[in-house]
Design a binder for this molecule. Structure first.
Ligand SMILES: *Cc1c(COP(=O)(O)O)cnc(C)c1O
Length: 419
């Protein structure tokens, strides 16, 4: 296709020579219906968002009723029940005293707000020079400037931006005694310049679906405390049941100072994100000085439709056994993917909560792999050297077994003798 014929600029895509995207016309349950009539079982719940499946009637009804009453008002100087209710509910669900909620419209911006909160917290306390972040290799925190700067410095797709990005400090996750000592020493060396530590709890998602045990997260939290640094947890991927608990940090009994949420917050219906802060962080901004206020405010902050969708999604978490469903999916994924372990060309097979990952010994031909899975009626998005499943937590056993069987079939038959 000549360059001038394409109006849409697609995500993470070299537009020249790009395979045309599939046209989706409808969704229902765990299915995506294509314009040509084909129906795909969604293995990744639209980038991990649609935890209740698509078009859940309870969420649809809440959004429709909010649409009739008030689709949007600005949040500067005005408030509304959907946001008030959602903030109260998130504060009640989050661990510890993460009682204060700042709404934004994407995960990256929730991370930006978290980073700004940490930096401004020190300034508000009269401490200058603490503007850097300690982050972990293989992490992913988003695509905006501050968020990119805390993504993995080598493997992250942002390396090429070079001097445009602020330089942050990176460590390996403390999985070993040596890595723990290194983290401790790095924190000590840079403590005077650091504003916070940021980490994805239990699973580093877009950086390669790498999992770590709760003890590793507990070590990060302990060392951050020891060096007097706020801990930011990015639960944008892990939040809302994906790891088998509502929030991944619960498994390590870690309470962060700042918590970022987005992806599954509205059950995959509308764009919304939230940055939660503890009372102590919030009090750092509570002042007679107007300049001590948190300096952020997106135009579509706390959009009422998105807040209504999120409230409806939380109703479903309260009413239906989502966490048990996540754990049951995990058991089925573990059983179903186990035969791939030790197969030629497979480096690792791992499962946590409703996340199943197959890691290849060498990066496969992703486009070919994806095309073969689509021919089998399966929608996935392999990246790097991994193929993974993160289905809706409501997925039925037939669709789940279909996903696992398709994945096993294409992985076991690298030559691609498909039907
Ligand atoms: C997806 C993701 C982000 C970025 O969220 P966007 O809504 O894409 O900006 C940040 N952190 C983590 C852990 C994510 O998975």
């Amino acid at each position: 296709m000549p360059a001038h014929d394409t109006h849409l600029w697609r995500p993470y895509t070299q537009m020249k020579g790009a395979a045309p995207p599939l046209e989706a016309v409808r969704t229902h349950g765990t299915r995506i219906v294509l314009a040509d009539g084909r129906e795909l079982v969604d293995g990744i719940a639209s980038w991990w968002t649609a935890v209740h499946g698509y078009n859940h009637p309870h969420i649809a009804a809440a959004v429709a009723s909010q649409l009739a009453a008030m689709p949007h008002v600005m949040f500067g100087g005005l408030t509304h029940a959907p946001a008030e209710t959602l903030a109260r509910r998130l504060a009640a669900l989050a661990p510890g005293d993460l009682d204060h909620v700042f709404f934004t419209d994407s995960g990256s911006v929730a991370v930006e707000v978290a980073l700004k909160m940490a930096v401004q917290l020190w300034l508000n306390r009269g401490v200058t020079g603490r503007t850097r972040l300690l982050a972990f290799r293989e992490g992913y925190h988003g695509d905006t400037l501050g968020a990119m700067a805390v993504c993995d410095p080598e493997e992250g797709m942002h390396r090429r931006f070079g001097a445009y990005l602020p330089t942050q400090i990176f460590c390996d996750l403390p999985r070993s005694r040596a890595a723990t000592a290194d983290l401790d020493a790095t924190l000590a060396r840079h403590a005077h310049a650091l504003a916070a530590v940021i980490v994805e709890p239990l699973v580093q998602g877009a950086g390669g679906m790498r999992m770590h045990p709760p003890e590793v997260l507990a070590t990060v939290a302990r060392l951050a405390r020891r060096h007097g640094l706020p801990l930011i947890l990015d639960e944008i991927f892990t939040g809302f049941g994906r790891t088998g608990t509502l929030f991944a940090c619960e498994q390590a009994e870690v309470v962060p100072d700042i918590l970022c949420l987005s992806k599954a917050l509205t059950g995959g219906t509308l764009a919304l994100a939230a940055t939660l802060a503890t009372r102590e962080v919030f009090e750092g901004f509570w002042s007679d000085d107007p300049a001590a206020a948190l300096m952020h405010g997106p135009t579509f902050m706390a959009n009422p439709l998105a807040c209504a969708a999120a409230n409806a999604s939380l109703d479903l978490f309260a009413r239906e056994p989502r966490l048990a469903q996540a754990r049951a999916i995990g058991e089925r994924l573990a059983d179903g993917l186990a035969p791939l372990r030790g197969q030629p060309g497979i480096r690792d097979v791992r499962v946590l909560g409703a996340i199943g990952v197959v890691q290849f010994a060498a990066a496969p031909d992703l486009a070919a792999l994806k095309a073969r899975l689509i021919r089998r009626g399966t929608w996935v998005r392999p990246f790097g050297d991994i193929l993974y499943l993160t289905p809706a937590l409501t997925i039925g056993t037939a669709d789940l077994d279909h996903l696992v069987a398709s994945l096993c079939a294409v992985v076991r038959d690298p030559a691609g003798q498909d039907p």
